[in-house]
Design a protein. Sequence first.
Length: 189
Amino acid sequence: MNKIQFEAHGRSMRWHEWVLMLLLLGLVAGVRAESVYKCTNAQGDIAYQSQPCAAAQQQTMLVIAPAPAHAAAPQYAVVRRSERTASRSPGVARAEPRQAPSYECRASDGEVFYRHGGCPRSIAAADGGHGKRGKGRASSASVSVSAHAIPHDEACVQMHRAGAIGRAGREHDEEVSTYERNLGHDPCR
């Protein structure tokens, strides 16, 4: 009859209630700060221990604060334009900043290229229709270019689509260097 009786219920504690109580006591005991003894002997050597120092040693008690609570790591990611627009509340209408138009440039020899800052009035013509610009010498002929305003996003899509590498005029696209792209100066990002 070594059972502890609850006054309110009149029954004894079950084994799982004992385990739960011991667990809670262990958690409460682990929250408090720990103390450590700093022992200095006659030669000046220092030792840290959990037991009190010997009688011939100088004793200092140090209190170690409990570990701080867990905190989530900060988010360093750059928020992209699509994430910013997706995070807006659906009931609030905001005016989008108006982007400057980009341009589809069409040369009179059939080349098509895309620019963000406007098309040139003319470009150097292909040499004799052979697809090469002359063997080692500069061609003096030029062809006129017409400009057609298109949305900025459409120009970016056309410049970076999979089939763009075979398009005549691709070499005239307004491309950004890797250095500028890494600095964040890519108009298509």
